[in-house]
Write a protein that binds this ligand. Structure first.
Ligand SMILES: [Zn+2]
Length: 146
């Protein structure tokens, strides 16, 4: 690997790690799902995709939609188990702890797959759209920090 190429790869990894960090941070402090879903919808609305790009995105979107729905179902099931655990223990017992860990695991998976989907989307963009994508994503993820 040549040096400029290696630097580019390092920069990209740092960028992804920073994004992942923000996502994980949000998972622990607030309800991040609405934000990610909004961000995803906003990107689809604002990117002005060409018919050819829409076509390339078709199978990518279908796959993500199926995974998203499955994870939403898993989240609802985990919330039901959490409610049952709270009812059973009336406090912060081992069942509640386990149920909370489970909801975080599902949330983390949803964020991971949403992020993977966003980068799959970025793969079909032209350079101008990619620039806008980066700006929108970074602004959305840092909105609370400013
Ligand atoms: Zn999408």
């Amino acid at each position: 690997m040549t040096t400029p190429r290696r630097l580019l790869v390092i920069a990209l990894i740092a960028f992804l790690a920073a994004l992942a960090g923000v996502f994980v941070g949000r998972a622990l402090v607030d309800a991040p799902r609405a934000n990610e879903t909004e961000l995803h919808a906003m990107l689809h609305r604002d990117l002005k995709l060409s018919p050819a790009q829409q076509q390339r995105l078709g199978p990518i979107e279908a796959q993500f939609k199926a995974r998203h729905e499955a994870l939403e179902r898993a989240m609802r099931a985990a919330n039901v188990r959490l409610a049952q655990a709270i009812e059973a223990e009336h406090g912060y017992g081992p069942q509640v702890t386990k149920a909370i860990d489970e909801t975080h695991a599902v949330m983390g998976e949803l964020q991971k797959e949403t992020l993977q989907h966003l980068f799959a989307m970025r793969g079909v963009l032209d350079p101008d759209q990619a620039k806008m994508f980066d700006k929108v994503v970074v602004e959305a993820l840092t909105a609370d920090a400013r």
